[in-house]
Design a protein around this ligand. Structure first.
Ligand code: ROI
Length: 159
């Protein structure tokens, strides 16, 4: 049985747009029939107190056979293959791939929280997610659209 997953894409080092494009090719290998939908990409100001370059963000959606932890492992392999080094917390990164949603499942495990813990507050996640699926309802029954404010829209520049 396959499951629909949404994955957040983020990068702010070493040609971030190319990092994301490269990651999308790698994600195809995790998707059933290599079919993946990618949102428009956005430039966003870094969230958090660390001074660092602007981010490029987007969201990918695909059906996969991988269980959540196997998907997490596969995403970390892609991050590592693109030179991600886990250093500063909330610091810059060549590539960040976070599972946002795994169909309507709620998962709380030491390595993995789904839905992603910060997604409801992050313009750079909510807006590309709504580009792909404007009707999306989150597992908590909240309508995605209801979480997106005017201020959030003003934060992002589509690339
Ligand atoms: N800020 C933005 N704008 N985009 C991100 O993807 C992002 N990722 C992070 C931190 C450093 C918290 N800030 C971010 O991990």
């Amino acid at each position: 049985m396959s499951t629909m997953a949404y994955v957040a894409l983020g990068a702010n080092l070493n040609e971030p747009v190319q990092q994301i494009q490269h990651a999308v090719l790698a994600l195809k290998s995790l998707a059933i029939d290599s079919i993946i939908t990618v949102s428009p990409l956005y430039r966003s100001v870094p969230m958090g107190d660390v001074e660092q370059p602007d981010f490029v963000n987007g969201v990918a959606q695909f059906n996969t056979d991988l269980e959540p932890l196997a998907l997490l492992n596969a995403l970390q392999e892609i991050e590592n293959a693109q030179g991600r080094v886990r250093e500063v917390r909330w610091g810059p990164r060549t590539l960040d791939l976070d599972i946002l949603l795994y169909e309507q499942q709620v998962i709380e495990e030491p390595r993995l929280t789904i839905p992603h813990y910060g997604m409801k507050q992050r313009s750079f996640v909510l807006i590309p997610l709504a580009d792909i699926n404007p009707q999306l309802i989150l597992p908590c029954k909240t309508e995605l659209k209801s979480l997106i404010t005017r201020e959030m829209r003003a934060e992002l520049i589509q690339i």
